[in-house]
Write a protein that binds this ligand. Structure first.
Ligand SMILES: Nc1ncnc2c1ncn2[C@@H]1O[C@H](COP(=O)(O)OP(=O)(O)OP(=O)(O)O)[C@@H](O)[C@H]1O
Ligand SMILES: [Mg+2]
Length: 274
């Protein structure tokens, strides 16, 4: 069985892409078969693995469009698009053309009110149709969500078993949580009753400033009763910030860094989800 996990938050720069990459890598080192899906037209996850988004002639956008227009050709497109990286992770890359695919989904949304009963043709389920083709080829599919195109995030959540919500341990950063919880609730009600929140993950955590500790305490206090807060926050480290330029995960770039240990701890909790 494949577990599909979306990494999402309605706030930018909180560590979504960093978490997708390093959680994926931690799972690979546990001998799991992992596909990372870059679901952001910025293509940051693609770039973090050392690939130039604009140079990818086959990317997630092509797959979404094929799933809409030529579902019978999807398997062929998947074979061309998935990159087997040297690190053992597989990648579905993204680039700016994903914004065009998002626009196409929006056009579908405007016209689909008449298409009663065609659940698999719904604009919110295109990614589900696509990822279904990969069922059983992977133990984990991790989807890195962007900010701008809500339909892309809705598609990711509609296809997912779990979502992880990274929250930067800074003042006001937890303000993004209510929006993402509302979106998850709406997807659960309309498209995917099986979607569960795996937990809230504190990122860029520094133990010294009082501020980080008070954000940690307030997130636990406000959300801890209803949602899991992952045991170990991800430490702030300049080494983590340097990783994307090297095209590597923290496990390759600085394996002894505290953040590597934290991502390992996150992976253990994810493995325990089953
Ligand atoms: N633990 C960390 N320590 C230091 N820097 C970090 C850490 N985690 C992420 N960063 C850096 O913070 C920036 C934002 O991280 P990231 O790109 O993962 O966030 P994001 O939520 O995916 O952003 P976006 O909303 O733009 O997609 C990046 O430059 C990244 O390298
Ligand atoms: Mg990102």
């Amino acid at each position: 069985m494949t577990s599909i996990i979306s990494i999402t938050n309605s706030k930018g720069g909180v560590g979504k892409t960093t978490t997708a990459l390093n959680l994926g890598m931690a799972l690979v080192s546990e001998k799991k078969r992992v596909l990372l899906c870059d679901n952001d037209p910025q293509g940051n996850l693609t770039a973090s693995l050392g690939y130039i988004p604009a140079e990818q002639s086959h990317a997630l956008a092509n797959l979404l469009l094929a799933a809409i227009d030529y579902p019978e050709d999807l398997e062929l497109h998947l074979g061309r698009t998935i990159i087997h990286t040297d690190s053992g992770l597989d990648l579905l890359p993204a680039n700016r053309r994903l914004a065009d695919a998002a626009a196409r989904l929006q056009v579908m949304q405007l016209s689909q009110y008449n298409a009663v009963g065609e659940v698999n043709r719904a604009c919110e389920k295109v990614m589900s149709v696509l990822l279904e083709q990969l069922q059983d080829q992977y133990d984990y599919i991790i989807i890195d969500c962007g900010l701008k195109h809500e339909l892309l995030t809705v598609n990711a959540l509609a296809a997912s078993d779990y979502c992880i919500i990274p929250v930067q341990a800074h003042f006001l950063a937890s303000e993004g949580i209510p929006d993402v919880l509302e979106l998850v609730k709406s997807v659960q009600a309309k498209f995917n009753p099986n979607l569960k929140i795996a937990g809230i993950l504190l990122t860029m955590y520094q133990s010294r400033p009082q501020l980080c500790q008070s954000v940690k305490a307030s997130v636990s206090e406000v959300y801890g009763e209803d949602f899991h807060v992952f045991q170990r926050p991800i430490e702030y480290s300049i080494k983590v910030a340097e990783c994307p330029a090297a095209g590597q995960s923290i496990f390759e770039y600085a394996p002894k860094n505290a953040a590597a240990e934290s991502y390992r701890s996150l992976a253990e909790e994810v493995l325990a989800l089953g």
